[in-house]
Design a binder for this molecule. Sequence first.
Ligand code: AP5
Length: 221
Amino acid sequence: MKGQGHIIFLGAPGVGKGTQAKLLSNRLGLPHVSTGDMLRASVLAGTAMGRRAKAVMDSGALVGDEIILGIVRERLAEPDAARGVLFDGFPRTLAQAKALDEMVAGATVGIRAIVHLVLADEDIVERLSGRRVCAQCGAIYHVRFQPPTRAGICDRCGGELLQRDDDKPEVIRHRLEVYRRDTEPLIAYYAGRPGYREISAVGDSEAVSMRILEELGEAHG
Ligand code: AP5
C-alpha cells in the first residue's frame, strides 16, 4: 500500500506543479486537487462564484481566502480524498496554510510532504508564455517542451488547445510579484517540518517526477 497523507506542491506559477500533480496522481494513488482548475471550472460553468473569480484571476491577483477554503473543505469531504490528496496551488497564503493545519488536526490523514519546486525566473517565464491548455480535459502542453502531435489539438481528447488569459506577459509579471509577496512566506512556514523537500524543477517532466518520487521514497513502488 502506498503512503497516505496530503502532499502539497509549492512553488512559483509555471514551475510545473500542475504537470507533476497530473503525472504523479495515478502513481501515488491520490487525487489531484488544483484550486486553479476548480476556479476555472466555476468560470466555465458561469456560476456566481466563477464570475467573481474570473476578474481576479485574469488580473493575476489571488482569490479571497474564504472562497478558497470553502472549496477545499468541500473537496476534502469527498470519498476519494480519504487517503489524502495532491494539492496544486493551495495553500497560497499564510492564512490558508494555517487553516489547512486546523483542518487536518485530529483528522485521520495529515500532511505527509511539502514538495517545493524551484526554478529560475527566466525559465518560469518561458514555461508560462509557451503553455497551452486543453479547453476540454485540462491537459497541459508547451509549444516547445511538450508539444501536441497536431498543433492546437489535444492528443488525449481532441479538444482545442488555448492560451490561458493569465499567461500574457504583463499578467505573468504580476503573478510572480504576488507569489513573492503572499506565497513565498510559506517556505519559512513549512521549512522546519520533516516532510518539507526542496526539489529542483530543472530538466524534463520525467526527470523532475523521478526526483520527486525518490524524495518521497516511492521511486521503486
Ligand atoms: P493556478 O492555476 O494555481 O496557477 P499558478 O499557481 O499560477 O500555477 P500555474 O498553473 O500557472 O503553473 P504550474 O506550476 O501548475 O505549471 P504547469 O505544470 O502548468 O492559479 C491561477 C489563478 O487562480 C491564481 O492566479 C489565482 O487568481 C487563483 N487561485 C488559484 N488557487 C488559489 C489559491 N489557493 N488562493 C487564491 N487564489 C488562487 O507548467 C507550466 C508550463 O511549463 C506548461 O506549458 C508545461 O507544459 C511546461 N512544463 C512543466 N514542466 C516542465 C518541464 N519539466 N520542462 C519543460 N516544460 C515544462
